[in-house]
Design a protein around this ligand. Sequence first.
Ligand code: PLP
Length: 447
Amino acid sequence: MSRPPSVDQLARSLAHHGLPHPVLVEVARRAIALDRVDHADELARRRARRMLVPVINATGVLLHTNLGRAPLAVETAATYTNLELNLATGKRGSRQAAIGELLATACGAEAAMVVNNCAGAVLLTLAALAQGRGVAVGRGEMVEIGGGFRIPDVMNQSGAHLVEVGTTNRSRLSDYVAAAHAGSPSGPAVTSNPAAGLAMVLKVHRSNYKIVGFTEDVSVRELAASPDIAVPVVADIGSGLLDRSCPWLDGPPPGWLADEPAVRQTLGDGADLVLFSGDKLFGGPQAGIIAGRRDLVERCGHHPLARALRPGSLVIHALQQVTLAYLDRRGEDIPLWRMVAATTDELEQRSEAIVARIEARAGASQPAPLSITAGPTEAVPGGGTLPTVILPSHGLRVDGDITEQLRNRDRPIIARVEEASTVIDLRTVDRLDDAELTAALMSSCGQ
Ligand SMILES: *Cc1c(COP(=O)(O)O)cnc(C)c1O
């Protein structure tokens, strides 16, 4: 009769998983409680696989929400920073000051500030500028972004009142004007907003859906220019394309961005504030940026929620790097834009080179047991943006589903399956990772 091993003994036997001893103790306890000591190694392996690790994104989805949206490099050693120290005066400063000025320059705005994400930027703006008052939103713009961010719910949380405008498919300037007069003695009563008066018009970009057919919409430019709308016009554009003309690229702007609202142009159209994500088409870290009129940005900055939503130095550091790259027009230093700018010819050459290397290796030993081919693929922007856009791309197709083997590597490679083949899209793979990808394909295919 053998007694079960002690928790400590079992935990020690799992040390090769590279997890700290207290974690292995939990795993060991669980295996013993389940009466599955034989299963402890597998439990430890699964636990190790839940840690955050760098992955290779071979899905062709540029902003893959599950993979952290925009790819990001932050180089920083352990160090203090002048996060809240004004180096000129030696006194306490603001963590927002420098990054706010830099972003303002990049956006063509008077001022800017940074919060945790764009949802936070919407929440803070509503709370700071419209608490207890009305905010007009078109009925076709009551969006839900993935992860439960719904405009009406955020509005509730902020303490502002939603004033619905127009219909799902059509809204006109006159609808907004009527909302702007609601609550004022001369205006019509609005049922959802009995007394408060309007504080703001909020335009929300339909990032992840389209309304087609019998439609009519009012632009930020029309709203901002209307003498009948005296309240600030705030645009939540979500995706964070900085400038429609993409001056940080060598070539012309990609055609698929033609209809995407851009920060500089939206401010140029007269928006009082623009809100956007740091990690969508801006290509930076998770962050929310509020840019526009100085007095409004300052009111946001002074609201108590600003403290709860503020970013840490890692995020500010990463945003600063990306913003500097934009200002220097160094698109090639922003990983997302490097991937966007790659030509299909380049991607084709890379995929053919990978296939050639694998075939050369296979030919040297025995006839190739796997079928791998290079060919055109379709990449997408992802991240809940541009739902109908497809980017021509190039990649590899391997017979059968090898996604699990690829995912189980120390540095997982995430691919997709299409019609019983594994598709590896090179649009989202850094060229420096081609060698690792080649090695992974050789070993997954038993070579
Ligand atoms: C993505 C998006 C958000 C939410 O942005 P997060 O940075 O993920 O919080 C808000 N509004 C719009 C229009 C968006 O597209």
